[in-house]
Design a protein around this ligand. Sequence first.
Ligand SMILES: *Cc1c(COP(=O)(O)O)cnc(C)c1O
Length: 458
Amino acid sequence: MADIHASALASLPSVDRLLRRPDADALVAAYGRAAVTNAIRGVLDELRAAPARLPPDVAAAVLGRVSQRLEDEARPSLRPVFNLTGTVLHTNLGRAPLPDEAIDAVRDAAREATNLEYDLARGRRGERDDHVERQLCALTGAQAATVVNNNAAAVLLVLNTLASRREVPVSRGELIEIGGSFRLPDIMRRAGCRLREVGTTNRTHLDDFAQAIGPKTGLVLKAHASNYAIEGFTAAVAERDLAQLCDARGVPFVVDLGSGALIDLRRFGLPQEPTPAQAIAQGAALVTFSGDKLLGGPQAGLIVGRADLIERIRRNPMKRALRVDKLTLAALAAVLRLYEDPERLVARLPVLRRLARPVAEIRALAERLRPQLAAWVKPGVEVGVVDCESEVGSGAAPRRHLPSAGLALRPGSTRLAAALRALPIPVIGRLQDGALILDLRCLEESDAVRFAGQLRRA
Ligand SMILES: *Cc1c(COP(=O)(O)O)cnc(C)c1O
């Protein structure tokens, strides 16, 4: 062992010698001399620490490792993956994919100066929200609208603006935690509000609110129970009644919708999610919802409602800290524009197109891809076409599943899952009942070509 060690170390070429080799030139051209030198040092250090048996042409072998190392390091950390989890709006996988119209708008806004906060007609300072406010008002029936980083920020900002150091009555049935770290009671505390719990977990009545509202009340909040449901002996106060009560007492009634679908989802066989337009029509003073859930746009938090309240929100210094950049606004405006043509909306907006995809089409794709996946897997793994169920994700319609189809790899294992994740475009499936399921709902035709291509090359 000691002999192998000594001879391996003795045969390692120097950094200079490696850099002078002709096969290093291509690496220097691609990555720059500094990066190649660093990578050579790194590989040599590794080999000194853990000597390996190298082929006779040691220098070529070392440069081979250097090349691999440079390639690994050059790969961006954030990159595209195939979301075959069956969850259409997967928070960990970046939620809504953007339509081409939004991608083009982002590219244009990124490349040049823009009139982000500049009124071109008057030649003076303008308002960031101007680029989407008219569209948001048209879609929701609200008087005014503003945009921040995400819906959690929207809720935080509304609470802080209207109810700092004041009380916020919330039904005990709505004290929710959503995904990773959005807990309503925590957000309230951070916004400087005092939470006043109303009713019980399963039943809350209008009279409970009537008693809770007083001189210290900043606003009344209703949170959409996104990702869970309370069943059985339940009662919740109708939005219209609560809005009227708040109106009579002179406190703003705020609805946090979360997903905030802008259109009727029943056409996809899904239960209707409450829309911002409905909440406004029922008397909400403000409504908050996400840009990248069912709306199908970029990550953003949208606040729509009464003009006087939106104006107060805009003047809160916290708005400055939570605002969105020009890329988000460009994407959001392009997505909202698609909503102006409802007939073509489902075909053009990826989230809705994927939710609406007929199961027969998904199954046909699975049949077509099955042999290619079967050729890629190791012997002993079987690949079959299966029926499965997709879900919307991100808290929308939590109990309803969409019939879907996919490919099942049996036996499924964490090793097999890791091999799929190691492909150039990582493939993310889900392990279920001893199989690795790839739900193909989110693999559209154009992606299917790339999916099959990388299996062939692997
Ligand atoms: C998803 C959700 C949020 C958080 O929205 P983000 O866009 O993830 O910040 C807040 N409230 C409700 C009801 C939600 O469903």
